[in-house]
Design a binder for this molecule. Structure first.
Ligand code: CUA
Length: 263
């Protein structure tokens, strides 16, 4: 919607949309990543780009070798076959070189992996439960006068009830609201079958397993609305239990929390 408007007014902006607007939901025919909102997603994208360099070099080299072999050893060009069976030097080279490439790749890969696992003294803990077929969220850090915490369900808005500008199959009735620039711990579980809580812009894909608590962390760098979907086949309405995260400034989050507590 925003992108349509933008490209209608400034056609040149199509080539640099990330400067002007962030796409935090999937777009038609999208090939690349969604714009990152957390340091983890930035790390994932950087690692992807780093690996792409190696992949391109390897692809070109292997293709070149294959084509050269097909050309030079084709039976009309090479009527007398070689009797060579092995060569120690070349075998050492073609074993050690890929091993070294793997070692070089392992360094940034492991540092990212451990960074994703790290949960830095979270200020907020939110529990999310997967159900057939909706998500529910619990904010147990806060209690009202009756001693109740915040818990609510988040259902997809059906197509016929969508308002103008809302995303089909992605919008929900009750979004998960979180503050920006805050370390948040998310506890993920399920009430019935396997689900998976996944938000591409946040670099999160966490399995929701019944009877088990999985843990992940979020540190949002910018405000926005981030769309995700259940990513584990969980039954007939698997495609109809999206996730929407609304990242707001801390004062707005606090007022949202106090409103929720007084409901
Ligand atoms: Cu829940 Cu798929």
């Amino acid at each position: 919607m925003l992108n349509n408007l933008k490209s209608a007014i400034f056609p040149f902006l199509i080539f640099m949309p990330s400067i002007f607007a962030f796409n935090d939901a999937a777009e038609n025919w999208q090939l690349g990543f969604q714009d990152p909102a957390t340091p983890i997603m930035e790390g994932i994208i950087n690692l992807h780009h780093d690996l792409m360099y190696f992949i391109c070099v390897i692809f070109i080299f292997v293709s070149w070798m294959l084509l050269r072999t097909l050309w030079h050893f084709e039976n009309t060009q090479n009527t007398v076959p070689s009797s060579l069976t092995h060569g120690t030097l070349i075998e050492i080279i073609w074993t050690v070189t890929p091993a070294c490439i793997l070692l070089i790749i392992a360094i940034p890969s492991f540092s990212l992996l451990y960074a994703m696992d790290e949960i830095i003294s979270p200020a907020i803990t939110i529990k999310t439960l997967g159900h057939q077929w909706y998500w529910s969220y619990e904010y147990s850090d806060y209690l009202n006068e009756e001693g109740e915490s915040i818990a609510y369900d988040s259902y997809m808005i059906p197509e016929e009830d969508l308002n103008f500008g809302q995303l089909r199959l992605l919008e929900v009735d009750n979004r998960m609201v979180v503050p920006v620039n805050t370390h948040i711990r998310v506890i993920v579980s399920a009430a019935d079958v396997l689900h998976s809580w996944a938000i591409p812009s946040l670099g999160i894909k966490c399995d929701a397993v019944p009877g088990r608590l999985n843990q992940t962390s979020i540190f949002l760098k910018r405000e926005g609305v981030y769309y995700g979907q259940c990513s584990e086949i969980c039954g007939i309405n698997h495609g109809f239990m999206p996730i929407v995260i609304e990242a707001v400034k801390l004062p707005n989050y606090i007022s949202w929390i106090s409103n929720k507590l007084n409901e």
